[in-house]
Design a binder for this molecule. Structure first.
Ligand code: EAX
Length: 325
């Protein structure tokens, strides 16, 4: 009868719609370690919007924030074996996979945001993205984490001597660890998802991260003192899985790169905003902030760590960056 025919017709239509959507939209899994209100998350939103727009809905994006898919090192490994599609990560663990990027992790290399962004957007940045591509990874675009500052639970840090003796969580990065050793700080490398608990339980006294991370990952809840040491610029990068990449047409690859660049731009804008507004918020939340730091004292203390880098990797990249302004 008519009713049955209508029901049959409707369910055929519904089935057709379901299979059309399944064919049409490929879901891209993107992971990162910071929260869903962080600078990275703002970037993933912009990436999603741009990718969906450029592809006319062929791709959709599923964000997994807060280290839900693991720490940065775990997620990079995940890209290589294809368990996720893309990651926004600091360069923290990246040098373990792409040693050429270690140059970016040297302390006091970049003098300000303008220089760092300009280098990463220029030839040096392009060459390093190409190097990433030689290590079973795809570098879509340089993004940003920000200048890193020290926090701790024990005391105000005004000079390197004040920091000496503290147990400080660092990223799993040889360059950073070497620099802290020069300051007589005890570096304890650890994946980011473990940091809050380690600080809370006193396994370590301090950590170092940009203001956007200290704010949005609530590190202010477990750290009383913040010193604006700005000891190293922390780039971020959007990486894709080579397994995803090889399945894309050239046109589709172009959409991913353009979308990643849009994401990076949005993240940088958010970092800039939080540099001032986020700092004010951290003060309101009760952190004691040491703003007037004589950075040359820290710079002199960590200077010997450069030799470890140049002994192993030479000085060509370093010189290119230093001569870039
Ligand atoms: O990329 O591990 C870190 O301290 C990073 O700055 C954080 O995961 C954001």
């Amino acid at each position: 009868n008519a009713l049955n025919a209508a029901i049959a017709g409707a369910s055929t239509l519904a089935l057709a719609a379901v299979s059309f959507n399944a064919l049409a939209a490929q879901s891209i899994t993107v992971g990162h370690t910071t929260s869903d209100n962080s600078h990275y998350s703002v970037g993933v939103d912009a990436f999603k919007e741009k990718l969906e727009e450029l592809s006319g809905g062929e791709f959709t994006v599923e964000e997994h924030p807060s280290g839900a898919l693991g720490g940065e090192r775990d997620m990079i490994e995940g890209l290589q074996i294809g368990t996720l599609d893309a990651v926004v990560t600091s360069t923290g663990p990246l040098g373990n996979f792409v040693p050429e990027t270690y140059v970016l992790d040297l302390p006091f290399l970049f003098k300000d945001y303008a220089q760092a962004r300009c280098v990463l957007d220029g030839e040096v940045g392009q060459d390093l993205l190409a190097k990433v591509g030689e290590h079973e990874l795809v570098g879509l675009a340089w993004s940003e984490n920000g200048f890193r500052h020290m926090t701790n639970s024990q005391r105000e840090i005004n000079t390197p001597e004040d920091a000496a003796g503290l147990k400080v969580r660092t990223m799993e990065n040889e360059m950073h660890m070497a620099a802290f050793r020069e300051m007589d700080v005890h570096p304890t490398p650890m994946a980011f998802p473990e940091v809050f608990t380690a600080l809370q339980q006193g396994t370590v006294d301090g950590q170092e991260n940009p203001i956007p991370v200290i704010l949005t990952s609530n590190l202010w809840e477990v750290q009383d003192y913040l010193s604006l040491t700005g000891h190293v610029y922390s780039p971020a990068i959007m990486l894709a899985s080579p397994i995803l990449w090889e399945g894309l047409s050239e046109e589709e690859q172009g959409w991913f790169i353009e979308a990643a660049q849009a994401g990076a731009e949005a993240t940088r804008a958010e970092v800039s905003r939080l540099e001032t507004e986020g700092l004010a918020e951290l003060k309101e939340k009760g952190m004691t902030v040491v703003e007037d730091i004589d950075k040359s004292l820290f710079q002199n203390a960590v200077e010997p760590s450069y030799k470890g880098y140049t002994d192993q990797y030479g000085s060509e990249m370093l010189d290119r960056i230093r001569n870039s302004d």
